[in-house]
Design a protein around this ligand. Structure first.
Ligand code: AMP
Ligand code: MG
Length: 308
């Protein structure tokens, strides 16, 4: 069988859909930049390749490349660079391209691409609550502006400015009430975005901070979109002390030598911080009420497909 050419696919794109998607993408990025700049954030350039990147909590192919004799990875998220940036700055963000060669099972979720952009931000010396409030304000601001700028029939019919603060549900409570697939069930039922907080250690990477008063539970959170659109944001307070990072790496069964650069930085001093990442393409999908994330992206890296 001859594989379809990605060029044929490209010429057959639904122009209306990619136009609206790209227009909303343009508006949202501009609006979020404005929101953060006004709050004193600095925009840092994205890092594309580095000896360190996010280990993630689920298996993805992790291609490496040779960089002047060193092993480099493609950025899966800028988590460690965000923590490092706070050595010199107080509040930072980046529109960061992430490469995650996701497992093939994620092909039909409607919300996974192998290349996407996170607005990834981090703030020195603040709590999880500070960044949650920031996220709520920023999302509402973008929604109001998108509704003002784009014809209603091209947007998600349910779109509105949501009442703050958004509801917070503990992971344990969500799990107890709705079982393993609580996120999908709760998202489908919800009319407003809501937070899942206090996610257990085994569900997340080692860098989210473990609670002082509850072992195995983290000071982190996910924001879930309503109407079945699923996860919007992941974030939390971070581990920044050398000994604690070392303990957390070992609790995850990972190898300290793989994170030697981060540990060296922690020894020299990493500031305490909290932050999050919001997937831009997923936000555009939600705003436009699209079933599939690929339909609103000009060059979607569809999972498992030969694409441009
Ligand atoms: P994570 O820290 O892994 O939760 O990623 C941060 C955010 O990026 C998520 O909450 C999503 O909005 C977005 N995201 C993560 N993985 C993907 C993907 N494969 N495709 C599109 N967006 C993604
Ligand atoms: Mg997540």
């Amino acid at each position: 069988m001859i594989e379809a050419s990605p060029i044929d696919d490209f010429y057959e794109r639904d122009r209306e859909m990619i136009f609206v998607g790209t227009k909303v993408n343009t508006i949202v990025r501009g609006r979020m930049k404005r929101y953060l700049d006004r709050k004193g954030f600095l925009e840092i350039n994205p890092v594309i390749i580095s000896p360190i990147s996010d280990p993630l909590n689920h298996p993805v192919d992790d291609p490496t490349l040779s960089y002047y004799g060193h092993k480099y990875r493609l950025t899966k998220s800028m988590i460690f660079h965000k923590q490092l940036a706070l050595v010199h700055f107080d509040k930072i963000y980046s529109f960061s391209p992430n490469i995650r060669i996701e497992p093939i099972e994620r092909k039909s979720t409607g919300r996974h691409l192998a290349e996407f952009t996170q607005l990834d931000l981090e703030v020195k010396g603040v709590t999880r609550e500070y960044v949650m409030d920031l996220a709520e304000g920023m999302i509402n601001d973008s929604i109001v502006y998108v509704k003002r700028s784009i014809e209603t029939e091209k947007l998600n019919p349910y779109l509105k400015k949501y009442e703050k603060p958004f509801k917070k549900v503990r992971y344990q409570d969500a799990f107890r009430e709705f079982g393993k697939n609580f996120e999908a069930t709760m998202s489908a039922d919800a009319k407003e975005p809501f937070w899942i907080i206090d996610i257990p250690l085994q569900e997340r990477e080692f860098y989210d901070r473990e609670k002082d008063d509850e072992e195995g539970v983290l000071m982190d959170m996910d924001l879930i979109y309503p109407h079945g659109y699923g996860e919007a944001i992941s974030g939390g307070e971070r581990e920044h002390e050398y000994e604690r990072i070392l303990t957390r790496i070992s609790k995850k069964g990972q190898r300290a030598e793989d994170f030697a650069l981060l540990l060296k930085a922690a020894m020299k001093g990493l500031p305490p911080s909290a932050g999050f990442g919001i997937g831009i393409e997923r936000f555009v999908r939600f705003l436009t009420g699209s079933e599939d994330i690929s339909s609103v992206v000009l060059f979607p890296k569809k999972i498992g497909e030969y694409v441009l």
